[in-house]
Design a protein around this ligand. Structure first.
Ligand SMILES: C=C(O[C@H]1C=CC=C(C(=O)O)[C@@H]1O)C(=O)O
Length: 385
């Protein structure tokens, strides 16, 4: 059966108003997508191209791939797709909507366990210098007193970060009703438009400040920090190496620039290339890149094993990839960060940071707290966790 493309909506707000549990929503600087129903549900990204061919020439699929790419993905070819123009200035028209209710916040692991794990990673890197970087994360469990109103959270995320990749995609259920991955990722893993390929790795972070002078001091401090420049360079090198077999004219800027979200400054590098084989779809490029050292470390296998040994929880879909591909092979996939895994009134929030040999455990903990604020503030929780 072919996918149905509905008349485009006037704006993202109309798509949010139409969102129902189980639907998909993706907003990026290129446009906004809403998918409902399912012509096909797939657990492997390499099955996407065939499923898209079955769904018609204009069809698209969207969904999420977990951090551990050997585990099942959750990808949907929606029955119906509706689009809206990019949000841009329209963000100011989205009303900030408060979520009602009370929350219980439980850090798991506790903050001191996270600093201890960072300390262990630093010691490991000192003992084994070939282990250059490990990304360590922590989880914050939230329990509300009513089911989370997902379109309200998405609207609040968009209002604060209109240029972010704001998403809601379904996940395999765990017996407690619909499960949804929501978030506002600032990090483009890869996009493909015809032969044009773009990746925009981020690594190296500093908190934003409401005081403009302090905000600038933080930004300049980040741009000139040897530790953050090093942490960033490791990611750029890996992204360029992974794209090189697929791209000609690979352009890798020598210096990072600053990127900003409402909560953080990041070091950012825009890497562009021309696809050698026009039949390589966006999701194949995403699979070639994932996991970058922005979410795993260097070398990848050693860093992955170290994460397994030091993080006391399962990352699941956090630090995987979320996005969409269409039947031509074009698409956009982002790194699944600044996100939460939601079931009913329960949310698991996640935040991590790149640990380098020179990392300070308390500073790394503070960085994860700043990252958690993206979701906390969208939920109306103005607390540092
Ligand atoms: C792993 C996360 O962020 C990554 C992306 C940007 C900056 C990062 C950093 O400075 O450590 C991380 O590599 C996260 O937000 O959970």
């Amino acid at each position: 059966m072919p996918q149905r493309a509905e008349t485009p909506a006037a704006n993202a707000g109309d798509l949010l108003a139409a969102y129902r549990p189980g639907d998909s929503f993706l907003s990026s600087p290129d446009g906004v997508l809403h998918g409902s129903g399912a012509l096909a549900v797939l657990d492997r990204a390499d099955a996407l191209s065939d499923a898209l061919a079955d769904a018609g020439p204009g069809a698209l699929a969207l969904g999420a791939v977990p951090f551990d790419a050997t585990r099942p993905a959750h990808l949907v070819v929606p029955r119906t797709v509706r689009t809206a123009p990019p949000l841009r200035e329209g963000a100011a028209d989205l009303a900030w909507r408060a979520l009602r209710g009370a929350w219980t916040l439980t850090p798991d692991p506790a903050p001191d366990e996270h600093t201890a794990a960072v300390g262990r990673a630093v010691k490991l890197m000192a003992e084994q210098p070939d282990l250059r970087k490990v990304v360590l994360a922590r989880r914050l469990r939230l329990q509300g007193d009513r089911d989370i109103d997902i379109p309200t959270v998405l609207g609040n995320l968009l209002r604060r970060d209109p240029d972010a990749h704001v998403f809601a995609v379904g996940l395999p259920e765990r017996g407690a009703g619909p499960r949804t991955l929501i978030g506002a990722s600032p990090e483009l893993l890869v996009s493909r438009r015809g032969r044009d390929v773009l990746s925009n790795p981020l690594a190296g972070s500093a908190p934003r400040s409401a005081d403009p002078t302090k905000d600038q001091v933080n930004a300049v401090g980040l741009l000139t920090s040897a530790k953050d420049r090093h942490e960033h360079a490791v990611v750029v090198e890996a992204v360029a190496d992974a794209l090189a077999p697929h791209c000609s004219d690979l352009a890798v800027p020598a210096e990072p620039e600053l990127a900003r979200t409402a909560a953080l400054w990041h070091l950012s590098t825009r890497i562009t290339g021309r696809l050698r084989d026009p039949d390589t779809p966006a999701h194949a490029l995403a699979a070639a890149l994932h996991p970058t050292p922005a979410v795993c470390g260097t070398p990848t296998g050693r860093a992955f094993d170290t994460i397994g040994a030091l993080e006391p929880f399962d990352r699941g879909f956090y630090t995987g990839a979320v996005g969409h591909s269409d039947a031509r092979g074009d698409g956009t996939w982002v790194v699944t960060i600044r996100c939460a895994d939601v079931t009913g009134p329960d949310l698991d929030l996640f935040a991590g940071g790149g640990i380098m040999p020179e990392s300070d455990p308390e500073a790394e903990l503070a960085e994860t707290s700043a990252k958690l604020r993206t979701l906390l503030l969208a939920l109306g929780i103005d607390r540092t966790a």
